[in-house]
Write a protein that binds this ligand. Structure first.
Ligand SMILES: NC(=O)c1ccc[n+]([C@@H]2O[C@H](COP(=O)([O-])OP(=O)(O)OC[C@H]3O[C@@H](n4cnc5c(N)ncnc54)[C@H](O)[C@@H]3O)[C@@H](O)[C@H]2O)c1
Length: 354
């Protein structure tokens, strides 16, 4: 039996469902028959995936700030969730340089509020807490970071995600370790790509905006290497983890999990730009390396041996397939195709891809 059948009829609480990954996850879980409650700020961008998927009609849609404990607690207790997925965050590296306090308050105290709400919500049996691969202190090693490597970060975003990991660890050791019929895990994934991301300062949406407007695309760090993966791969990992925490919490409670691509998907910003721009005619690629650009790590990738061996999870899409599905999604969306059917078909294809 497919492990995802477990979600049918269950109550699931997702923070950050108006964002890129959260909208995919909320849609996917509602397709699986879960009763989804989403808690987040308003969708930030025009043509958001949240709107395109009609999620306000598919999930119990709550606008609220995760830093407001009373509001999170009230929403969570009302939903009586079996599962909680925490994705809400200030997720943009460059914005973290402009507004470090917003980043720390959201990603650290906001995350702490969600943990506190879970602590006081007895229905929750499984919590998946999303941080980032940037939580690891980046030593520019050529090998992958493992779950017990040192935490830390040179920029406010990375630092906030390292702090979020420490907050998780404290809650686990203080409150969740011995809670009956309950399991939790923190997850670290890398740069995800896929249809519907509209964020600023992320490479795929930047390329799509250039394609939509017939403009050139300018790359600041063409040689930076990233572990690109299709958004469905880590989301599938989060759901597999959630299900295993629900079914057998003691075996894996309180641990960290990396969900990255296999090592052949570690490619440069220029590679992904070339892969995506091939789908449109005549998009010019310009390189502009600013001298005073804020620090961005050159190399960071994850070891995924633990999730492979202990959860039986494996990335399904290689780099080419991830880029192909991402480009196809935007191309069909630009042609006016039905986004719900398009996204549903992509999920079906992913699930039938061994
Ligand atoms: N997209 C990536 O490549 C990537 C890579 C690694 C980790 N992550 C992590 O995955 C998670 C989801 O990322 P995403 O790409 O979907 O981000 P996103 O920016 O698209 O969405 C962020 C979501 O968080 C919500 N949010 C922000 N501040 C909030 C607040 N104060 N109160 C309530 N909600 C708030 C937003 O409303 C939105 O729903 C984040 O934790 C992010 O750090 C993302």
């Amino acid at each position: 039996m497919d492990i995802l059948n477990l979600f049918k009829g269950k109550s699931v609480f997702i923070t950050g469902h108006t964002g890129f990954k959260g909208a995919w996850l909320a849609f996917w879980l509602s397709e699986l028959g879960a009763n989804v409650t989403g808690y987040a700020l308003e969708a930030e961008y025009e043509n958001s995936l949240f709107d395109a998927l009609g999620l306000s009609n598919k999930v119990n849609h709550i606008i609220g700030d995760i830093r407001d404990l009373n509001a999170v607690q009230t929403a969570m207790n009302k939903a009586e969730p079996d599962f909680v997925f925490h994705l809400a965050a200030q997720a943009l590296l460059r914005r973290s340089y402009d507004d470090p306090l917003l980043t720390f308050s959201t990603n650290v105290m906001g995350a702490a509020s969600v943990l506190e709400a879970v602590r006081n919500c007895p229905s929750v049996r499984s919590l998946v807490y999303i941080t980032s691969d940037k939580c690891y202190f980046n030593k520019e090693w050529p090998w992958g970071y493992r779950e017990d490597d040192e935490l830390g970060g040179p920029d406010p975003y990375s630092g906030s995600k390292a702090c979020a990991e420490l907050v998780f660890q404290s809650y686990y050791l203080s409150y969740f370790q011995h809670r009956a019929a309950f399991g939790c895990g923190s997850t670290r994934a890398g740069n995800v790509i896929g249809g519907g991301d509209r964020s600023i300062d992320r490479i795929v949406p930047d390329i799509i905006r250039a394609a939509e407007n017939g403009e050139a695309i300018t790359l600041r760090s063409p040689d930076a290497t990233r572990p690109w993966q299709h958004v469905m791969d880590p989301l599938y990992g989060y759901m597999v983890l959630a299900a295993q925490l629900y079914n057998n919490p003691q075996a894996i409670n309180g641990e960290g999990w990396n969900f990255g691509p296999s090592s052949d998907s570690i490619r440069t910003v220029l590679d992904i730009t070339k892969g995506l721009t091939m789908l449109w005619d005549n998009i010019e690629i310009k390189i502009n390396r600013p001298k005073d650009a804020p620090h961005e790590a050159n190399l960071l990738h994850l070891s995924i041996d633990k999730a492979r061996s202990r959860l039986g999870w494996n990335p399904r899409y290689d780099f080419d397939l991830a880029v192909q599905e991402t480009g196809a999604w935007y191309k069909h969306a630009m042609d006016g195709d039905d986004i719900v059917n398009l996204t549903r078909a992509q999920i079906d294809r992913f699930m039938s891809h061994a």
